[in-house]
Ligand binder design. Structure first.
Ligand SMILES: Nc1ncnc2c1ncn2[C@@H]1O[C@H](COP(=O)(O)OP(=O)(O)O)[C@@H](O)[C@H]1O
Ligand SMILES: O=c1ccn([C@H]2C[C@H](O)[C@@H](COP(=O)(O)O)O2)c(=O)[nH]1
Length: 243
């Protein structure tokens, strides 16, 4: 066990020490803001991040989808959509790892905006697979044990969640337009289930712990109107506040 003053170096997980709550924390990044952009598939998260990436002093991290489509020559994202019962745990284990990797990576600017989080991977996507009967109970139990160990032992600070709230119909249209090969088989009902889980988590706050204040932005508008909304909310977002 490390004492509070000790640090450990292991690749990118450098300079960690135990905080007063007994969690591993990253040193030297306490004053940096972390904003997570959350929302349904194709709600416009990447487009939003692209817009804010033009602002100086912001580091933008998009979801590592290319890794999820190619890990050592395998495509766990595609496999999951083809056979969720068999491959759901494979994809979600890898997503949990890659999201943890992003949360723990060194922040290169005063502020980080990142796409989704380790929290939505578990509370939305794993939960959806399990509730829809497509993830065996043992797979859900193993993933849950991993998630609980991680969140109980490692500090994963988030200062603000920006929720791009969109109708499942809008997302379905945009998803068809984007035309990602693996996602061609996603039916509207899948997006409706993801939407409901997001609403219960971030709006009703009835399902799981919400790790940060939530700023809700309606995301059904066209791009021009979205930019107006981003400008209206710029100050709140950049100060990490929802009021
Ligand atoms: N406000 C918008 N109006 C119309 N199309 C949009 C809008 N925002 C994004 N798109 C398009 O919808 C698709 C999904 O957007 P994207 O930003 O990739 O979503 P996400 O990252 O949430 O999955 C892309 O083809 C993108 O160009
Ligand atoms: O935990 C997760 C996170 C994402 N996915 C899937 C959903 C989409 O097909 C892609 C990327 O999501 P975007 O909303 O387009 O960024 O990954 C998942 O299955 N599980």
């Amino acid at each position: 066990m490390l004492s509070p003053s000790e640090t450990k170096k292991s690749g990118y997980l450098t300079m960690q020490s135990y905080s007063s709550q007994g969690k591993l924390v990253r040193n030297g990044e306490k004053n940096k803001l972390v904003i997570c952009i959350e929302g349904n598939i194709a709600s416009g998260k990447t487009t939003c991040l692209e817009y804010f990436s033009k602002t100086s002093n912001i580091e933008v991290l998009t979801e590592p989808v290319s890794k999820w489509r190619n890990v050592r020559g395998h495509n766990p994202l595609g496999l999951m959509y083809q056979d969720p019962t068999r491959w759901g745990i494979t994809l979600q284990t890898y997503i949990q790892l890659t999201m943890l990797d992003q949360h723990l990576s060194t922040i290169s600017a005063p502020m980080r905006m990142m796409e989704r989080s380790i929290y939505s991977a578990k509370y939305i996507f794993v939960e959806n697979l399990y509730r829809s009967g497509k993830m065996p109970e043992v797979d859900f139990a193993v993933l849950s044990e991993w998630f609980e160990w991680i969140t109980q032992n490692i500090a994963i600070p988030v200062d603000l969640i920006v929720y791009l709230q969109s109708s499942p119909q809008t997302c379905h249209e945009r998803l068809k337009e984007r035309c990602r090969e693996e996602e061609k088989i996603i039916p509207l009902e899948y997006l409706e289930a993801i939407h409901q889980l997001y609403e219960d988590w971030l709006i009703k706050k009835t399902s799981f712990n919400v790790p940060a204040p939530v700023l809700v932005i309606s995301a059904d508008d066209d791009l021009q109107k979205m930019i107006l909304q981003y400008e209206e909310n710029r100050e709140k977002i950049l100060s990490g506040s929802n009021v």
